[in-house]
Design a protein around this ligand. Structure first.
Ligand SMILES: C[S@@+](CC[C@H](N)C(=O)[O-])C[C@H]1O[C@@H](n2cnc3c(N)ncnc32)[C@H](O)[C@@H]1O
Length: 314
């Protein structure tokens, strides 16, 4: 964990009180804390830093660390590394999705937060225009890999062809590329370990449908977003799944008369301030559809249309 991160973090279990954490660094390398822990002086929770990865999860959600399936499964790394960096690898089947999502980033005085960052592509894209960029995700496998890319300036992985047949893929960032202002942590979108109004830019790509409480996730985005000169990049396919969130919490597609039938319409109403989630409201600066692909094997693909909105506060 980069040393500059220390002053930005608060205890995710004591969000209302915004309690800064006490750091014990046992091993450091340059500006990186490799081994240590952070402790909350109020609730006494301990947040470990191991092999450079800080885990800021509330104690009740830490079980996810020992889950070797889901987004921690080895096949997911191949799939997401290809999806995030396929264009840099010059793969003719790659999409231009991140170029579309990143097109609205402009030089900004302030920090950016990429919530549910997976292996980090959008965070790397945000680095060019923001003071500091923090990517966070509940998948420790994804965050380890994102930090490896950051420290090595190299993307290197085995792309799954079929079964155990893989092909090596490597991309080296230019040595002059500066990622000192980027870092990745394990944290929960439903308990962001940051103070109110800390970020100029927030992004949540393809995350809304993946969290058990979508509205709480959006309230957390609003809590950490500045109330002026701020932007929220939102995108989602709205492919709700009962295994992730109960239908009564879906923001569309569940027959609930208070929401619109389609998720993008509910999101427009949320951005405009309806339901009291975004306060102050967000003006919609841009919207559209992004074609995105996940490559599971050479013969197995998921084609996704992700609907995006860029919301701004002047
Ligand atoms: C569909 S992927 C999208 C990832 C990335 N934003 C992208 O566009 O490729 C959903 C991501 O959200 C992460 N995730 C799921 N629940 C989360 C939570 N409660 N907090 C933070 N990340 C979460 C998953 O580990 C996964 O990396």
């Amino acid at each position: 964990m980069k040393k500059w991160m220390t002053d930005k973090l608060i205890c995710p279990q004591c969000l209302d009180a915004e309690i800064p954490l006490d750091l014990t660094a046992r091993e450091t390398q340059g500006d990186d804390i490799i081994d240590g822990e952070m402790t909350c002086p109020q609730c006494k929770a301990i947040y470990p830093i191991e092999q450079g990865v800080a885990v800021l999860l509330p104690e009740k959600t830490r079980d996810i660390l020992s889950d070797h399936g889901g987004y921690n499964a080895p096949g997911m790394l191949s799939a997401y590394l290809w999806s995030h960096f396929g264009d840099l690898l010059d793969d003719p089947k790659a999409t231009q999705a991140y170029q579309v999502w990143s097109a609205g980033f402009t030089p900004t005085h302030g920090d950016a937060l990429d919530v549910g960052c997976a292996v980090g592509r959008l965070s790397f894209d945000l680095a060019a225009t923001h003071d500091h960029v923090i990517g966070l995700d509940t998948s420790i496998a994804f965050i380890r890999k994102a930090r490896e890319i950051l420290t090595q300036k190299e993307i290197s992985f085995d792309l799954i062809v079929e079964g155990h047949i893989t092909e090596p893929r490597t991309y080296c960032f230019d040595e002059s590329q500066d990622f000192t202002n980027v870092d990745f942590i394990v944290a929960d979108a439903l308990a962001l370990p940051f103070r109110e109004r800390a970020f100029a830019t927030t992004a949540a790509i393809n995350l809304l449908e993946k969290v058990p409480d979508p509205l709480k996730h959006l309230r957390e985005i609003n809590r950490v977003m500045r109330d002026h000169s701020a932007m929220f990049l939102f995108s989602d396919p709205f492919s709700w799944d009962e295994a992730v969130s109960p239908p009564e919490r879906w923001l569309s597609g569940n027959g609930n008369a208070q929401y619109s039938a389609r998720g993008i319409d509910t999101m427009r109403r949320l951005f405009a301030g309806e339901f009291g989630v975004f306060d102050p409201p967000l003006g919609i600066a841009e919207d559209g559809n992004v074609a995105w692909k996940i490559r599971k094997t050479e013969n197995l693909w998921e084609h996704i249309t992700s609907q995006y909105l860029i919301g701004r506060r002047e």
